[in-house]
Design a protein around this ligand. Sequence first.
Ligand SMILES: O=P(O)(O)OC[C@H]1O[C@H](OP(=O)(O)OP(=O)(O)O)[C@H](O)[C@@H]1O
Ligand code: HPA
Ligand SMILES: [Mg+2]
Length: 168
Amino acid sequence: MSDDRQQKAFPVSWDQFHRDARALAWRLHGFGPFQGLICITRGGLVPAAIVARELGLRLIETVSIASYHDYKNQGETLVLKPIAQAVIEAAGEGGRGLLVIDDLVDTGSTARQVRAMLPNAHFATVYAKPLGRDVIDTFITEVSQDTWIYFPWDMGLSFQPPIRDGVA
Ligand SMILES: O=P(O)(O)OC[C@H]1O[C@H](OP(=O)(O)OP(=O)(O)O)[C@H](O)[C@@H]1O
Ligand code: HPA
Ligand SMILES: [Mg+2]
């Protein structure tokens, strides 16, 4: 999704992210037990750590996918590291019993790519946008398609001009 279509900002603090990821774990608890967790890196690393801690999951695998190579601009979806065959074979048919975690679903292209690898796994993200929502089984908060979510690991503290001076 390109820059000019992402006009609204949804900044998320570490505290808010922790609460939302924990809320996701509460919701997922009702769908378990899961045999293992597949984390879509890199964005899924932080929520995966929180969910794994809450649900007591210790078998953790990664699938590395990059599609936003240049800030808000989406490019080709590249699988940089596939899911280990041993993990796929240890799960039920089509990944049944596995939990797949990412930070968010936007257009859904990343999640669709992983869904093709694990059609029966349970897919979960903390945040979702309408175009990708249907690929995900469980999420916590939906934002509009024209919103860009700013994660705490991408931000730093900076001076904010007073409201009366207008937004830069
Ligand atoms: O639904 P989509 O339109 O595919 O977008 C969602 C994906 O985009 C981001 O990953 P990104 O490609 O930026 O890589 P990263 O996780 O390494 O930051 C995010 O972490 C999701 O994985
Ligand atoms: O809204 C977003 N925020 C951060 N990363 C993203 N990758 C796709 N969409 C987003
Ligand atoms: Mg990602």
